[in-house]
Design a protein around this ligand. Sequence first.
Ligand code: C2E
Ligand code: SIN
Ligand code: SIN
Ligand code: FE
Ligand code: FE
Length: 600
Amino acid sequence: DRYRDLVEHIHDLIGTHDLQGNILSINPAASKLLGMNHETIQKMNLRDLLIPEVRDQFEDYLAAIQKNGQASGLMYVQTANGGRRIWEYDNTLRLDSADGPIVRALARDVTERLQAENALRESEARYRDIFDGVQEAIFVESPDGRILEANQSACKIYGYTRAEFLAMNVTALVPEDYAVLTTEIGQISGPMETVNRRANGEVFPVEISGRVETINGEATLLVVVRDITERKQAEEKINLQLQRLSALKEIDRAISSNMDLHVSLDILLNQVLSQLGVDAASVLLLNTSDSLLEFAAGKGYRTPAIRQSRMRLGEGCAGQVGLERRVIHVPDLSLAGEQNQRAVLLKDEGFMQYFGVPLVAKGQLKGVLEVFQRSPLQPEAEWMHYLETLGGQAAIAIENAQMFEGLQQSNLELVTAYDATIAGWSHAMDLRDKETEGHTQRVTELTVQLAERMGLGARQVVHIRRGALLHDIGKLGVPDSILLKAGKLTDEEWAIMRRHPALAYEMLSPIAYLKPALDIPYCHHEKWDGTGYPRGLKGEEIPLAARIFAVVDVWDAVTSDRPYRAAWSKEKAFDYIRAESGKHFDPEVVEAFLGKFEQG
Ligand code: C2E
Ligand code: SIN
Ligand code: SIN
Ligand code: FE
Ligand code: FE
């Protein structure tokens, strides 16, 4: 009874079946686990309890137990409502039974236990996947820096195996002079940027953060390291591009604010050297009259030999660059085998590489930009592009300077042409009024001298000279009958004669070039006391140039023969001018005029 009580109340399964699997006896735990009544189970074959997928293997089980007298393992059964359970069994064959051989079955339902184990395994695998799957290196370290765990990314980034890591201290990952990450318990530290060292010795930039956790009473440092090599390179690239852009801007500024080609090219070559990191660079200018490329500017040369550079289009590397208008790169000048003058010229420079860039502006070849390097250099596409951009800038600088030079030249030619025209006009006037011949030349020279004596600057004197030359141009509108009249003028004649300053104004004011020279032709008959014509200006209302000129004009008129009277003596003329000071003339001008003659 005690055994029966035990068997009936135990949670494990206890039963027997025959060699065909027919169930002979079973304890009540089975009907509870399977949700079937006891009688039903006792009429079943064990095979029918199995889930359909494994029923085929039942014969193997029977054969095994018959052969070995024992079998153990997992058995997958299904309950009345279709649920599935896993039983761990340990069954034995009994031959000594009264009813013939039977199998004694002992089993335990392990479904929950196995599920829990599986869940744990899965969660571990998942954690491992994450641990290994992140791109960052993750280390678990002891407080003294021993590496307790490292993920796959750590292996990839540093080049150590996990086993190697586990035998290492983190100090081995840190180059000398760099602090190892330390932090306090519970505190997150970082991210901080520093450098670490790979297994192959390469030092690389990293971003590190970490925190200390207490696991099972022991402080453990969890460190995450990100390899930021690419980010740093991208940053450097952006910085480089920014630098190159601002260099271009500086060159632009130099070109547009500067008409001296040598200053612009100097600034440009400085940027070529610093932005492209090359040893030497120069610009050769094309002289279009003889098709020669000639040195214009250079930087970074050891000897001044480069200044002798001078080659025909098509001759040497630079000549080829110019003729074919394409970039030429010679990776090794010593292999180029060129024994031309240029190669001899540059032999002391120790150059290895050569780049030549044609300088073309508005479709015209302006020259060649040459770049030399003494060490090997692997030019990237961007580098080449920038070199060509700088070449474009050089071409613009040259073209600008040449345009400015051309402009200055044509300006000069224009001024010369104008002044020749003015001289022609005033000469025509003198020819018409034969007896005043030479008057214009003389008053012009004397007025310029007096103006300079009175401290007027060169820029004003230029206009005073032109004004003096043209002072009586208005007389072109006065008929010969009046101009050349031997005696006194009638009132009508005098009215016409007095129009000559206003006529001059009408003739000359539309000419922009002569506008600043108008003061003398328009105002040379105004008088200091306001009694002059055409406007009756008074004192300093009269432009200084005209005040100066008036003295000289009257002096020369009265000391010359006129159709209407003979020349006066110098003394009489001086007396007259002195007497008119403050009336006809500005006293200061009279003083300067007389002072000039007293000095001789
Ligand atoms: P112009 O002969 O070149 O004389 C310029 C100015 O010198 C004159 O301006 C006047 O200020 C002064 N001047 C010239 N000759 C004498 C002179 O004999 N006595 C005095 N006190 N001053 C003299 P102005 O007076 O406005 O005359 C302007 C122009 O008119 C003269 O230029 C001349 O071409 C003409 N003109 C003036 N008076 C006569 C005249 O009596 N007969 C003729 N045919 N032309 C005259
Ligand atoms: C680490 O602590 O695992 C990385 C080494 C460092 O601190 O730089
Ligand atoms: C050059 O012509 O500038 C390069 C030197 C050479 O051709 O050997
Ligand atoms: Fe006049
Ligand atoms: Fe005159």
